[in-house]
Design a binder for this molecule. Sequence first.
Ligand code: ZN
Ligand code: ZN
Length: 364
Amino acid sequence: MEIRAPVLHAFNQPHRIEPIEVRPPRQGEVLVRMAASGVCHSCLHAAEGAWPWVPTPIILGDEGAGTIVEVGPGVADLKAGDGVILSWMPACGRCRYCAIGRPVLCVNRPPRGSLRDGDTCFRLGETKVYQYGTVASFSPYVVVPEECAIRLKPGVSLTAASLIGCSVMTGVGAVVNTARVPPGASLAVFGCGGVGLNAVQGGAISSAHPLIAVDVHDLKLEVAQSLGATHRLHATREDVPRRIREITGHGVDYAVVAVGDTRAAQQAWDSLGPGGTCVIVGLPAAGHTLQIDPATLVSPERRLIGSYYGSARPREDFARLTDLYLGGRLKIDQLITRTYEMEQVEEAFRDLAAGSLARGVIVF
Ligand SMILES: [Zn+2]
Ligand SMILES: [Zn+2]
């Protein structure tokens, strides 16, 4: 079928809305009609060329929700009409890491920007157009592997559900799944964008205390407070590590770095107390490195760990997050500052870069 979708032809160039051919689903694939897509910072980074390995031309978008239109051969668990949340993490379900419940470490991934058979579902004339994060959620229609479409309970807003597939999962998961922050532990979240605000929510759900939000935008700090942060620190106006030691006594037990910025990671590391754990979530541009003096690691027994997609097990975690949302424990509607038409993707990126949003969402 022919659709119109925003295509990024090269880094640092505006999207062009173009006629795209979408092929039908093949073995183990499903065709999804998108209802809504979050506008994630990782897509902005990709568009700016921060990660040279991202192939072009490409359709961006890594979090979305929609409705199954058609299923390919061999798909047993999904049918046309099912509401689904998209997961940007295809996993084989059979390798060692899938078997031990860590599908983010799956070793049988499709090639970057492609489906399992190495092809993509999009053509612009004769040209193959890649699928960012497999799910290319800025497109009104997309074909994805069946394990990337997680059935949603009936009656849940697809606009709210669209954020569960990346920012909510990544942020809440970093705290709840990766770090496993216990009640009463102190937690500081560095960077309160889409992912960081959800890390704050993960802290609130886990009863972390104090729960400290750090950012350079007052608006985001205000939103963080409304989601449960007990303290807010402005990263450039205040000496953050010193303020955190004042608040906690010894330094923080857990620090989550939810921004792709090595200065924030350094501040987080310097804010840790003895025995503290620093969780890196945000990915800086290629080539940026962190310098850690081993003396600050060894005798205080600090830990530096990474969290990828909130250590997601999408089938289990999306259902759990949906239930927390339905139960009022996880706020999603409050995160959505503004909605856009698909044609306004450049405007959504500008607002995101300006820091004037908690989350922008494209509604189809
Ligand atoms: Zn994302
Ligand atoms: Zn696997």
